[in-house]
Design a protein around this ligand. Structure first.
Ligand SMILES: NC(=O)c1ccc[n+]([C@@H]2O[C@H](COP(=O)([O-])OP(=O)(O)OC[C@H]3O[C@@H](n4cnc5c(N)ncnc54)[C@H](O)[C@@H]3O)[C@@H](O)[C@H]2O)c1
Length: 258
């Protein structure tokens, strides 16, 4: 038996990076995984790869900023599976730049993809989760939701919002005794495409190895699988006594420097 056997999971932004690794790991551990993203070709490939490896997955194109698309994906999961046990609110973007160089449009785009998405996903999924007496919501925040980072003010604002939204909803669920736990994960420097072109005017990937050697106590960047392991733990019953918690996976980045 896998650690999430018999459960139905929805992972947003799962065509790439941390979402992809989380979807693959949840499927390996027995969940049926619904993969969503705006990158349809890549999402279809991820679902096919899971199928070839013996897991169960399906892809749906889904823009996490759209309320109507959230309603549609949850309706489809209800119709196909009749339940939703795990929601991983993972889709995100990073809009970099000095605050004086950011437009209101940049700021709103950052908040729409990273925060509206988590609000809409949570609000839309809770009724279906409650129908089956429980579930686990895992929100992907960041170390940027725990402390400031120059030239990432909009991103920090979005990830700080995800952190406290998580705790507030965790308390609402606990008060209702609905069996739903809500936690956040805070990755450090993880090797994914999100870093490409994060700074305006540059499409070059940042040198994550050099950055990590300098700033991360463990000395190396993390991999998507490092975050997927935390997601799996929070999704599975092993973490049944954790809610509103923030799980930091950052090689020691936020505890200080050596
Ligand atoms: N990589 C890191 O170092 C790091 C650190 C901390 C937090 N995070 C967070 O992890 C999460 C995953 O990022 P990643 O690093 O895997 O990046 P990634 O770019 O590899 O993956 C993000 C995915 O989100 C999708 N996406 C973007 N906008 C979307 C939308 N409107 N609707 C649906 N999907 C959308 C993208 O198409 C992409 O597949 C993000 O929330 C990110 O902020 C990443």
């Amino acid at each position: 038996m896998g650690r999430v056997s018999g459960k139905v999971a929805l992972v947003t932004g799962a065509a790439s990076g941390i979402g992809r690794a989380s979807a693959e790991l949840l499927a390996r551990e027995g969940a049926v995984v619904v993969i969503t993203d705006i990158q349809a070709d890549k999402g279809v490939d991820v679902a096919a790869g899971i199928g070839e490896a013996g897991g169960k997955a399906q892809f749906a194109r889904h823009d996490v900023t759209s309320e109507s698309e959230w309603a549609e994906i949850v309706r489809r999961i209800d119709k196909d599976f009749g339940r939703l046990d795990i929601l991983v609110n993972n889709a995100g973007i990073a809009v970099g730049g000095m605050v004086t160089d950011l437009s209101l449009e940049d700021f709103r785009r950052q908040m729409a993809v990273n925060v509206d998405s988590v609000f809409l996903g949570t609000k839309t999924s809770l009724p279906l989760m409650r129908k089956h007496g429980g579930g686990s919501i895992v929100n992907i925040s960041s170390v940027a939701g725990l402390r400031g980072s120059a030239r990432l003010s909009a991103y920090c604002a979005s990830k700080g919002a995800v952190r406290l939204f998580t705790k507030a909803v965790a308390l609402e669920c606990a008060a209702m005794k609905d069996g739903i736990r809500v936690n956040s994960v805070h990755p450090g420097i993880i090797d994914t495409p999100i870093w490409h072109g994060v700074m305006p005017g540059s499409n070059a990937p940042l040198d994550l190895d050099a950055m990590s050697a300098f700033r991360v106590p463990l000395g190396v960047k993390g991999q998507p699988a490092d975050i997927a392991n935390a997601v799996l733990f929070l999704a599975a019953n092993e973490s049944r006594y954790m809610t509103g918690e923030e799980v930091v996976v950052d090689g020691g980045l936020t505890i200080g420097s050596i």
